[in-house]
Write a protein that binds this ligand. Structure first.
Ligand code: ADP
Ligand code: GN1
Ligand code: MG
Length: 368
């Protein structure tokens, strides 16, 4: 659960947005690790209140909020145009004066979205249908953005999936040992170093032109896709802050990390974490059956399993780095939260490596 309470000055923020009805309440919402997300209830005189999502954007992480919001505006407008009337795609609610985002008196950046009603997110996949829906939704999302007008999107976090840079950040954090925790995490440090070479694999393929850059989501966690409460079909891809140039393999990899895993990212018992092969199979089937399936080349298809391994490793490195730096990036609920997260990720990497042959057989058996 999001834990940041509704700030006392929230009414001042609210006043800047032309919301329907009268304010009833606001409460922390969702389980994102980055932004402060709140659900806002407005009484419109109807039996059910009208809801909005308010977000205070984490500007320690997103350094250039206007550039980020420019991306988000372009992407949401494009999705709305593509989907036409009745679209349930994520839609911004502009502030007075048609501003996409406002700044509060403390320097906080706020935006509002329409609440995607009749839908929900899950933090973990519990059946194959959910995994298939997520894969199809993220694949279709990427295909929808292939003809985004207006030039290259801005990089909201430079080198976001540049795994080599992530490794170098980790190495620096380990050397600096700001929080005095390096001694306690020697096994994790050793594991991270043992797989350093993985960091360069996709970057080398990109440099050789064997895989290509496209507009990708880059944070395809299962809880960034909304599923219809009744049909269970995917209705909207959310969390658009990292939509920018990237590799489709990053999107597949992030999806595999969170949708083909046996337990929660922060399970304190890393021993419960392994790759769930049947979920991997439906993720591949769903991704290749989506509108992006025909676009992937043979090298990209062959690296789908590795992409999951790499994104899991990268997230493990990032959690370990944050732990070593004293928990400055991700929201945490307890002091060992980032370490628990790192351990599950490294356990998942081990499991993916151990099942490499089975992954290869699955990939060969699924035709594009
Ligand atoms: P973070 O970057 O912190 O992960 P998200 O944008 O993913 O923030 O929002 C956190 C959670 O809030 C999501 O996982 C989802 O459950 C919920 N959420 C976000 N936007 C909406 C929306 N427009 N309608 C309904 N729920 C939403
Ligand atoms: C963050 O915002 P959220 O919770 O969907 C992070 C992702 C990580 C993920 C790990 C902007 O995602 O990159 O993979 O946590 N987002 C950012 O759970 O850093
Ligand atoms: Mg999110």
């Amino acid at each position: 659960m999001s834990t940041t309470p509704v700030p006392a000055h929230f009414p001042d923020v609210l006043r800047q947005f032309p919301l329907a009805g009268r304010y009833v309440s606001a409460a922390p919402y969702g389980s994102g690790h980055i932004n402060d997300t709140y659900v806002v209830h407005q009484d419109e005189g109807r039996p059910a209140p009208k809801r909005y999502v308010a977000q205070r954007i984490n500007h320690n992480i997103f350094k250039n909020v206007p550039a980020l919001m420019d991306n988000v505006q372009r992407v949401t407008a494009h999705l709305a145009r593509k989907e036409g009337p009745g679209s349930r795609a994520l839609a911004l609610v502009p502030a007075h004066g048609s501003r996409a985002v406002i700044r509060d008196e403390f320097g906080g950046w706020w935006r509002f979205y329409d609440f995607v009603e009749g839908a929900h997110t899950v933090d973990r996949v519990t059946n194959e249908a959910e995994a298939r829906e997520a894969a199809g939704a993220f694949g279709d999302f990427q295909a929808q953005l292939a003809d985004l007008p207006g030039g290259r999107l801005q990089e909201t976090i430079p080198n976001f999936h540049h795994t080599r840079s992530r490794f170098e950040n980790f190495r620096r954090a380990m050397a600096e040992d700001q929080a005095g925790r390096a001694a306690e995490v020697q096994p994790e440090i050793e594991f991270a170093c043992s797989r350093e070479a993985d960091s360069d694999v996709l970057l080398k393929l990109l440099a050789k032109g064997e895989v290509s850059e496209r507009v990708t989501h880059n944070d395809t966690k299962i809880n960034n896709v909304m599923l219809d409460d009744v049909t269970r079909r995917a209705v909207a891809v959310i969390d658009l802050d990292t939509v920018m140039p990237g590799l489709p393999l990053y999107d597949f990899g992030e999806m595999m990390r969170t949708s083909a895993s046996s337990t929660a990212e922060d399970d304190p018992d890393a021993g419960s974490m392994h790759l769930v092969l049947p979920y991997f199979r439906v993720l591949v089937e769903g991704y290749l059956a989506s509108a992006v399936g025909g676009v992937l080349n043979a090298t990209e298809r062959a690296h789908l399993g590795f992409a999951g391994q790499l994104m899991t490793y990268e997230n493990g490195l990032r959690f370990l780095t944050d732990y070593l730096q004293g928990d400055t990036y991700y929201k945490i609920q307890h002091p060992r939260h980032n370490l628990d997260r790192c351990r599950t990720q490294f356990a998942l990497v081990r499991s993916i490596v151990a099942q490499q042959d089975a992954l290869g057989r699955i990939l060969e058996s699924i035709q594009p």
